[in-house]
Design a protein around this ligand. Structure first.
Ligand code: ADP
Length: 259
């Protein structure tokens, strides 16, 4: 039960009475539970068929006995089912995070230099495919922060993944750490397409994707990656920020409070 007591005041006569509101919030709790059950059920039930659509479409796309256009359609089905499955994964992770209490996060002393080094090494292959130079700049003097390792790893990975995906070939992506007065900052800087001023705040919203001139919205994109990053960072009492210039590149960063 939720109780609320309000004082009723007449402008001319002063206080004239009380209002006691009693609300049954069992319903609300039930609704929240239902919502979270639905989300996890949907995500799991959806995953199985998508995995098989994905697998068979890939097989068809590679089948040399099929006419070229049939293989092309199969390739599209394959790409789209992959996108769908990535979207479900991120959506599920984000929803879980939003539903979780602060207490549920496992905070351990975490060295952000090491997170950066590991992430950069994980993405070398993806960068190489686009002939992007992916480098890390850490100085080893960064104090640890208290954070959930898995969540922070994934947040940094999302930023690096974006930097590579939204940059043309033969550019450089730099991932670095910086020490501030009471925080450590992780910075992912690219020489990519950049983000127009009117979209800079909105990119952090769920499902928001930037439309680029003369280009369809990126087929691989889900619009969930940055919403996840922000949720993770704010959960840790840190802040996200973005500087960008269209056609020159973007600088995404976040802080985490020092221990
Ligand atoms: P996704 O990349 O899956 O679409 P995000 O939430 O990570 O979802 O990003 C939202 C949008 O912000 C993207 O669709 C893209 O247009 C833009 N964006 C994100 N990172 C960059 C970047 N490094 N450079 C340019 N645009 C970016």
């Amino acid at each position: 039960l939720a109780l609320r007591i309000s004082l009723i005041v007449e402008p001319s006569a002063g206080p004239v009475g009380f209002l006691l509101a009693v609300r049954d919030i069992t319903r609300l709790k039930e609704y929240e539970q239902l919502r979270s059950d639905m989300v996890s059920l949907m995500s799991h039930e959806l995953r199985t068929p998508i995995t098989s659509i994905n697998g068979f479409a890939e097989l068809l796309a590679m089948d040399e006995n099929l006419p070229a256009d049939a293989r092309e359609f199969a390739t599209i089905i394959h790409q789209e089912s992959q996108r769908l499955s990535r979207m479900i994964d991120t959506f599920l992770r984000l929803t879980r995070l939003e539903a979780a209490d602060r207490q549920e996060m496992r905070q351990v002393p975490l060295r952000l230099d090491e997170v950066v080094r590991e992430t950069v090494s994980n993405f070398q292959a993806a960068a190489k495919k686009k002939r992007i130079r992916l480098i890390e700049k850490t100085n080893g003097k960064i104090p640890p922060v208290a954070a959930d390792r898995g969540l922070i790893m994934r947040a940094v990975a999302n930023l690096v993944d974006n930097a590579i995906r939204y940059s043309p070939e033969k550019t450089t992506v730099t991932v670095s750490t910086e020490l501030e007065a009471d925080a450590v900052r992780v910075i992912v800087e690219d020489q990519g397409y950049g983000i127009p001023p009117e979209a800079r705040d909105r990119v952090w919203e769920k499902f928001y994707r930037v439309a680029r001139d003369g280009q369809e919205k990126d087929e691989e994109s889900t619009g969930l990656g940055l919403a996840f990053v922000r949720e993770v960072v704010e959960r840790h009492k840190g802040q996200v920020s973005l500087e960008s210039e269209v056609g020159r590149g973007s600088k995404f960063s976040f802080t985490l409070p020092r221990l």
